[in-house]
Write a protein that binds this ligand. Structure first.
Ligand code: C2E
Ligand code: MG
Ligand code: MG
Length: 589
């Protein structure tokens, strides 16, 4: 084709040329790339945008098929069979192409026939939808992110072992239930369930078995709960159950009973050599709300306190929280803190109460009695401290501390060579611990205390709870030269026959007997019989709790050798022992 000379063109041709130039200019300005092919797909025309996409001038592309032009540009997987597509859909269609670029382009390719022409050319337009695509990708990514965040959030509220909600998840559930309860009538209960002796399972069979047991317990508990109840694991061996929509509080107690029953069936772990049968047992504390005004923390705390009470009681394994329990438990918690503090600092106040020879009130020795204070300095009853130490497994350490501290005080006061004895109370738990006797012997050797100086006071309970172990320990201690006294004699299952069999050197008549012997003839006779028997068995006797001169007289006339009581002296701090006269004139305060 030859270009006509400008001067020879007719006005119409000039006008057409002008319009074509405008059209070219306009089509070059738009963002879409445009291509016109003939019926076989060879390029007849394209706009500037297509040139830019191809990075080559139109003249170099004329006559090439569109497919051949596109192939090097398209991402491998998305190269379409353009001829085939156009044959299939000659009326037009739309496909999406991925253009190899950095950043990648996403183009929508739309085609349609130019119906007025024969043979039919096709117009292809390439519309850049990268932004839309990246938006979708972004949306997809962000929905993945949301999923991930949801999964993370799920982990934050779920226990990984049992799949149950954890403390956070549970607090959320209570919060919602409390809000609903403000608009409804009825009751809501939180059941705090703690598996007894779970630590033993973990320590003996390993954590895998421990985890298996937790999963099994979660399963069993879920079987007895109702659809709306929320069971959660707070950690360790603690499970909690939220029950809503209760008509009466008793329904929660019945549910607690069912839970205990379901849990307590024997269970055997899998994958463990040998037949192991574990009998799980839970203690349950329950707190209630009927107005929905409590906080989740309050309800959990109260149920926890009630559970703690259930754990320390032998008669009940299900306890409902109430104010009385709360104050008792808070006291126990304060005692426990002071005990822990004493053990951390390895120091606890100990007082000493004299043993006197009843004939002349001459001091023969002292009984060490612990005098604990709580962290506010308020005295704690020794029996309460002992009870808390025993229930929290700290009794052995406490006993060791009292023994060491008393012996050290005795040594510092120069009483080791005085011929006076030191009596120390040992609890059943201490005596039953393997290696206990050896530890005591070691300590006494280290402090260079002559063994006959140390009198060990044990109660009958110690001998009843673990008869063989306790007897063995006492036998070892006596062999080492210590003396053993049976404390509070007369308060337990005392049988006089029994006395002959026990590995003891003496007994202490309980203060209840002493108190009543001057008013109750039969008690008087009983003490006379005990003293007679003790003489025959060559046992020493100390009468406890002598408060009045008539009690002293009565005991003295029956030939009771030793006594202890406020009449002679109250328990005294170690510093006062130095000034104590060797004969104690009775006081009557
Ligand atoms: P216990 O071993 O029978 O100690 C005698 C208790 O009677 C002491 O009470 C003592 O203060 C009290 N007492 C002594 N004379 C009289 C009196 O004339 N009248 C009255 N009403 N009471 C008198 P305390 O110190 O409160 O100790 C109570 C119990 O706590 C002790 O009874 C003992 O079983 C236990 N205990 C105290 N300290 C220890 C200890 O270090 N270890 C162990 N395992 N138990 C201890
Ligand atoms: Mg005692
Ligand atoms: Mg006693």
């Amino acid at each position: 084709m030859t270009n006509p000379q400008p001067g020879s063109e007719t006005p119409l041709v000039l006008e057409l040329r002008r319009q074509l130039a405008c059209l070219e200019l306009a089509l070059g300005q738009i963002n879409d790339a445009l291509v016109i092919t003939d019926a076989q797909g060879s390029l007849l025309w394209c706009n500037r945008r297509f040139e830019q996409l191809q990075q080559r001038p139109r003249l170099q592309m004329l006559g090439s098929t569109l497919e051949a032009l596109l192939r090097p540009q398209l991402a491998g997987a998305t190269v379409p069979d353009l001829n085939g597509l156009v044959r299939e859909r000659p009326q037009g269609g739309l496909i999406t192409l991925g253009w190899q670029r950095e950043p990648p382009l996403v183009l929508e390719l739309e085609w349609g026939p130019v119906q007025s022409e024969q043979p039919t050319p096709f117009v292809f337009s390439f519309h850049d939808v990268s932004d839309r695509e990246s938006l979708q990708v972004l949306q997809q990514q962000s929905s993945e992110l949301v999923d991930q965040q949801l999964a993370l959030a799920q982990q934050v509220v779920t226990c990984p072992v049992t799949g149950l909600p954890n403390r956070r998840g549970f607090a959320g559930a209570i919060q919602g239930a409390l809000q609903r309860l403000q608009q409804q009538s009825g009751w809501l209960a939180v059941l705090f369930c703690d598996l007894n002796r779970f630590k033993e399972v973990n320590d003996t069979f390993g954590h895998q078995v421990g985890d298996q047991l937790l999963i099994e317990l979660a399963r069993r508990m879920q079987l007895v709960t109702r659809a709306d109840d929320v069971l959660a694991r707070l950690g360790g061996d603690e499970f909690v159950l939220l029950c809503t929509g209760l008509d009466t509080p008793e329904q929660a107690i019945l549910l607690a009973e069912r839970l205990r029953e379901a849990v307590s069936r024997p269970w055997s772990p899998q994958g463990v050599n040998g037949a192991i049968v574990i009998q799980p047992e839970i203690s349950i504390g329950i707190s209630f709300s009927d107005q929905g005004v409590e906080t989740p923390d309050r309800l959990l705390h109260d149920a926890d306190l009630a559970m703690y009470e259930a754990k320390t009681r032998t008669d009940r394994q299900i306890v409902v929280y109430d104010e009385v329990i709360s104050s008792q438990l808070n006291r126990r918690i304060a005692i426990r803190r002071s005990l822990q503090n004493a053990l951390n600092t390895w120091a606890i106040p100990v007082h000493f109460q004299p043993w006197v020879c009843l004939h002349q009130a001459v001091v023969q020795g002292f009984e060490a009695l612990v005098r604990p204070l709580d962290l506010q300095g308020i005295p704690i009853a020794p029996a309460d401290l002992i009870a808390v130490a025993e229930s929290s497994g700290l009794m052995t350490s406490l006993g060791q501390l009292v023994l060491e501290q008393s012996l050290v005080a005795f040594k510092q006061l120069g009483l080791l060579s005085s011929g006076r004895c030191l009596a120390v109370n040992f609890s059943p738990q201490q005596l039953a611990r393997p290696g206990f006797a050896a530890d005591v012997i070691g300590l006494v050797e280290r402090l260079q205390v002559p063994p006959p100086m140390l009198c060990i006071e044990v109660t009958e309970t110690a001998l009843i709870e673990q008869p063989q172990r306790t007897r063995d320990a006492l036998a070892l201690l006596r062999e080492a030269g210590f003396r053993v006294y049976l404390d509070d004699f007369g308060t337990g299952y005392s049988s006089l026959n029994w006395l002959a069999e026990l590995p003891i050197d003496g007994l202490k008549i309980d203060r209840g007997f002493t108190a009543s012997m001057t008013v109750d003839r039969r008690r008087h006779t009983l003490i006379a019989a005990i003293l007679g028997l003790a003489r025959d068995l060559d046992l020493d006797v100390v009468a406890e709790g002598i408060e009045r001169p008539d009690q002293w007289d009565a005991l003295r006339s029956l030939g009771c050798p030793l006594g202890q009581g406020y009449l002679f002296s109250r328990p005294l701090p170690a510093q006062q022992l130095g000034q104590l006269p060797s004969v104690l004139l009775p006081t009557t305060d």
